[in-house]
Design a protein around this ligand. Structure first.
Ligand SMILES: C[S@@+](CC[C@H](N)C(=O)[O-])C[C@H]1O[C@@H](n2cnc3c(N)ncnc32)[C@H](O)[C@@H]1O
Length: 273
């Protein structure tokens, strides 16, 4: 926030007190809510901050502590501080994440403390985008950047694409007509992501699915081989053991000797002497 040298510096709520126990509890609870739909699951990135904590800290940094108002008695300051704490307590709840009335209330407090001109939030090391996302949720203009293109793209998808396509119907053929009524917020975009995602998956399965058969595993109880859905395939070179008595075929990477001298053949380590 810009301050001029002669402007009084007002204490922010975070400098005096915040309802830490409630924030901690909500942050811990966030890990146990159904993960489907949680932004952290879009693409894993290092050390994702709890959304609740980021929201609370942003709010507490941006609203004035009541002690900065000289017209309030100590008793009034205490009551006013408790009112702000109560906003935080409600704000950090996972169930409130889309509560527009509450978010508007929080935004109004920030605007009031900022003299009608709320600051723009910049996180130059945005990582997975928690801070820009939560600043945007509080109705603030937001910017984020990151040296690494992976979190940069993730943050773009979190804070740039949804507002860009807000209120628009999906463009996947037939999707818009499949539902009556409007497509509020980013629901049209979400429908397109679902439909195009399914289309890419089905087309890929049709063309190359035969190369990825179900795995066969032995059922412990029946001792019979059963097909099982494979959740990930790891591409690996394979080598056949040159020992004619063995001819075992295995993934090369784990079996190769670490010191590979020039001219030496790639042979499984187990048969090296
Ligand atoms: C700890 S993470 C950021 C966490 C994020 N601010 C949050 O609150 O969740 C640090 C990020 O800084 C990025 N980074 C490191 N050096 C950078 C640089 N010189 N310029 C921009 N980003 C950088 C890394 O790629 C990494 O994603």
């Amino acid at each position: 926030m810009t301050t001029t040298s002669d402007a009084p510096i007002r204490k922010k709520l975070i400098e005096v007190s915040i309802p830490l126990e409630d924030i901690n509890a909500a942050s811990a609870h966030e890990k146990s809510v159904p993960r489907k739909g949680h932004p952290a699951t879009m693409h894993l990135w290092w050390a994702p901050r709890p959304l609740a904590a980021a929201r609370a800290v942003l709010f507490a940094q941006l609203v004035d502590d009541p002690s900065s108002n000289p017209n309030l008695s100590e008793c009034q300051q205490k009551a006013e501080r408790e009112r702000l704490h109560d906003i935080i307590r409600r704000l950090v709840k996972w169930e409130s994440i889309n509560n527009e009335t509450l978010l508007r209330e929080a935004h109004a407090e920030i605007v009031k403390s900022a003299g009608g001109r709320p600051p723009t939030i910049l996180d130059p090391f945005a990582g997975g985008g928690t801070i820009p996302l939560e600043a945007q949720r509080l109705g603030l203009s937001t910017h984020g950047s990151d040296l690494n293109p992976v979190p940069a793209l993730k943050t773009k998808a979190l804070i740039e694409f949804p507002p860009t396509f807000a209120g628009q119907s999906p463009v996947f053929p037939g999707a818009a007509e499949a539902k009556l009524g409007e497509w509020p917020r980013a629901t049209g975009l979400a429908e397109d992501v679902r439909r195009y995602g399914a289309w890419v998956r089905d087309s890929a399965r049709e063309r190359i699915g035969h190369l990825y058969p179900d795995a066969q595993i032995i059922n412990d109880k029946t001792k019979r081989s059963e097909p099982t859905t494979t959740i990930a395939w790891i591409w690996a070179r394979t080598l056949t053991c040159p020992n004619p008595a063995c001819e075992h075929r295995d993934a090369a990477r784990a079996l190769l000797a670490p010191q590979h001298k020039e001219g030496e053949a790639d042979v499984p380590r187990t048969h090296r002497r």
